[in-house]
Write a protein that binds this ligand. Sequence first.
Ligand SMILES: [Zn+2]
Ligand SMILES: [Zn+2]
Length: 267
Amino acid sequence: MPTDSSLMLAPTPIAGESPSSWLHRLSLLHGRGAQTLLHSVGIRKMKDPDITLTSQQFGSLVRETNVSASMVAHLGTIYEPLRESRYRRLLRHDDRGRPVYAFCPECLASDETPYLRIAWRFTHWDICPTHRIRMCYRCLGCEAPLLAMRPPQKFYLADLRRCSMCASDLTLQSADRLPQEEICGSLRIQAALANTLLLGHCFIEGHPERVPLDFLMHALSTRQLDGTGIRDTPLTPQFRLLCHDGQMFFLFLNFLGTRGESFPDVT
Ligand SMILES: [Zn+2]
Ligand SMILES: [Zn+2]
């Protein structure tokens, strides 16, 4: 395999698509595993493309293709606030530590071009807000997770609807529809968490400065974040913080991100 070569063709990024998703589609287009593709443009060993690949490296993948570097530059910045290894558990990994995605079979089935949403990589994203079903984590055909890095295969099928290991149709996995009244709070919390992670900060009542994600991680791991105390305003949901010393604070998560079209509709 020659290095530093041009790929000639690349997919156009879809609004709300994750970096790994675009890499999957590039992989399918060329019939090669993701690692081989990256190697072909001089990018060596890559474990987690979502947090590691830079805008410049995405640019090198589309050099001399139908897609310009400026069209893929944003892919290198989406998960930027989560690059530090201490934020690793906010992103989904399998039990072998590989970066993986959850997926909604009904979203994939309804896509004109199937793609992985940015929020599907987040550990706390459990319910599809569009279809009100629990996210799937494995292919039912072979039990394989949906890896962020598409592995090399003998045959490359048409699109992301097919399991990258056994080619089963992921859209055939069924799930029970969840009652709207039961999931309303969960949906708002996961949407607010997702936006907060993408922005990289939150606020605490009475504290004028932005609070880093470390605080949110601590609140999540010690179960201090109380979703039942939610008091919504149109722009900023508030979550009650349960403090052991009896003090009461409210944590303001970011419900509406500022990244515009790069974030999926989470309503
Ligand atoms: Zn869905
Ligand atoms: Zn499979």
